[in-house]
Write a protein that binds this ligand. Structure first.
Ligand code: G3P
Length: 226
């Protein structure tokens, strides 16, 4: 399963990229507003740090304007993925952009029917929002299972399921069990995947016992230096 981080905070992205476990980045207008920075500069900076897909979302809603904005965003770097809303105009743009070789992430997906349309439009990624479905009393993960099952039925559909609106490590595990291709995680959720109290406790014991030995793991001194 690929891990993307869902943020426009470049400091966080740099730090998470150092782990070697970061496969891509997703942003959206809300995250961009939170950064308080110029979108084009932020996307360029992220693309310098992360080689994988970096989703940059258009703000336009009609086909012509989406295509105009996509042109600007695509110029930033090869790994920019154009994020479009799941609307008739968004999917029309998705079809045109993917036919022209661009990566496209179709966002704001809340039904399997929408996911099927996005795949037919040649989306690179479909982003179903699990957390927001949970928020209104639906089981978001059921949508992930439905989409994964549907896509598996057709070899011609190459779209990857990118689980979005992830709120907890449990969402990540459930999505991985289903076989979703990607999860985009807020930085705090990504960092929480490392944590287990028994790991911390076990490490503290090992280090305390090691200290008792008085040893150090280092290059043995050669005779010449002895
Ligand atoms: O980027 C899309 C998605 O991950 C948003 O998540 O937490 O705002 O529902 P959230």
């Amino acid at each position: 399963m690929k891990f993307f981080v869902d943020t426009a905070d470049t400091k966080e992205i740099r730090s998470l990229a150092e782990t070697g476990l970061l496969d891509g980045v997703t942003t959206n207008p809300t995250l961009m507003a939170k950064s308080g920075r110029n979108m084009l500069e932020v996307i360029a900076e992220i693309c310098d740090v992360v080689a994988g897909p970096v989703s940059a979302e258009v703000a336009a809603t009609d086909y012509e304007s989406i295509m105009r904005e996509a042109k600007v965003l695509r110029r930033i770097a090869k790994n920019v993925t154009i994020k479009v809303p799941l609307t008739p105009d968004g999917l029309r743009a998705c079809k045109a952009l993917s036919s022209d070789g661009a990566m496209v992430n179709v966002t704001l997906c809340f039904s399997a029917a929408q996911a099927l349309l996005a795949a037919k439009a040649g989306a690179t990624f479909i982003s179903p929002f699990v957390g927001r479905l949970d928020d209104i009393g639906h089981v978001g993960m059921e949508l992930i299972a439905d989409i994964v099952q549907i896509y598996k039925n057709y070899d011609t559909l190459k779209t990857e399921v990118l689980v979005a609106s992830v709120r907890s490590p449990l969402h990540v595990i459930d999505a991985a069990k289903i076989g979703a291709h990607v999860a985009t995680l807020p930085p705090a959720v990504l960092r929480s995947l490392y944590q287990h109290p028994l790991t911390e406790k076990g490490l503290a014991t090992f280090l305390a016992d090691w200290a008792k030995t008085g040893q150090h793991i280092e290059e043995p001194k050669t005779a010449a230096h002895a």
